[in-house]
Write a protein that binds this ligand. Structure first.
Ligand code: C5P
Length: 218
């Protein structure tokens, strides 16, 4: 699949930051699929849904309208929810939403459609394995749990909000476990994806490495 770059990896590995920069550099569209699962979770929280109710979660996924603007901001039924989808409540429940097959089927369909009609950099948990296994370039970005927690901690602090490092670390580890052990489309490295451990790399170093690989300079 030409002009399609797929990136997977656990939370806090730098996927979305890198994907956004890469897309800008190549003049591709960036699609943060995690934001889509988060938006459905937010919609479910607003309706006070029991997160064990798979049918209802699927129904919500079917009825809500999710869209992005050119800056990558996400809209839920026309409302900009880019900040709200990063709340701790959404963090707490998003892996439950994402484990529901009905929800995944709806979102995967949208993601595949987008990739058919655009040059795209797409990041998530199952992009290289399920959504776009035929992507021209496939990457798996990871980093140590400690480093990922540190990045999230610093991100929260930089917004002037209170943050507890150990709590953040626990929450990331919990999501790692739920995402990797779920039945449908678990997080795993595709055999033909290039593994990049970003623990000791700057954003710029990761970006340079990926661009060299994409351009076939290695
Ligand atoms: O990438 P982000 O941390 O925003 O993703 C939030 C959650 O959405 C993940 O923990 C995972 O449960 C789910 N997700 C997924 N498949 C994707 C992208 C995200 O299951 N392609």
């Amino acid at each position: 699949m030409k002009n399609v770059i797929a990136i997977d990896g656990p939370g806090g590995a730098g996927k979305s930051t890198i994907a956004k920069l890469l897309a800008k550099k190549l003049n591709y569209l960036h699609l943060d699929t995690g934001a889509m699962y988060r938006a459905i979770t937010l919609a479910a929280l607003k309706e006070d849904v029991d997160f064990n109710n798979k049918k209802l979660l699927t129904k919500i996924a079917k009825k809500v309208n999710i869209s992005f603007n050119e800056n990558g901001e996400i809209f839920l039924n026309s409302k900009n929810v880019s900040e709200e989808i990063r709340s701790s409540k959404v963090n707490e429940h998003v892996s439950q939403t994402a484990a529901v097959k009905g929800v995944r089927d709806i979102l995967v369909n949208k993601q595949q459609q987008l990739a058919r009609n655009n040059k795209v950099v797409m990041d998530g948990r199952d992009i290289t394995t399920v959504v776009l296994p035929e992507a021209e370039h496939k990457f798996f970005l990871t980093a140590s749990l400690n480093e990922r927690a540190k990045r999230r901690y610093e991100e929260v602090k930089s917004k002037g909000k209170n943050a507890d490092f150990e709590e953040i670390k626990k929450s990331i580890a919990r999501r790692d476990k739920l995402d990797s052990e779920r039945k449908y489309s678990p997080l795993k490295q595709a055999e033909d994806a290039v593994l990049i451990d970003t623990t000791n790399l700057t954003i710029d170093e990761v970006l340079k490495k990926m661009i060299s690989l994409i351009k076939g300079e290695f």
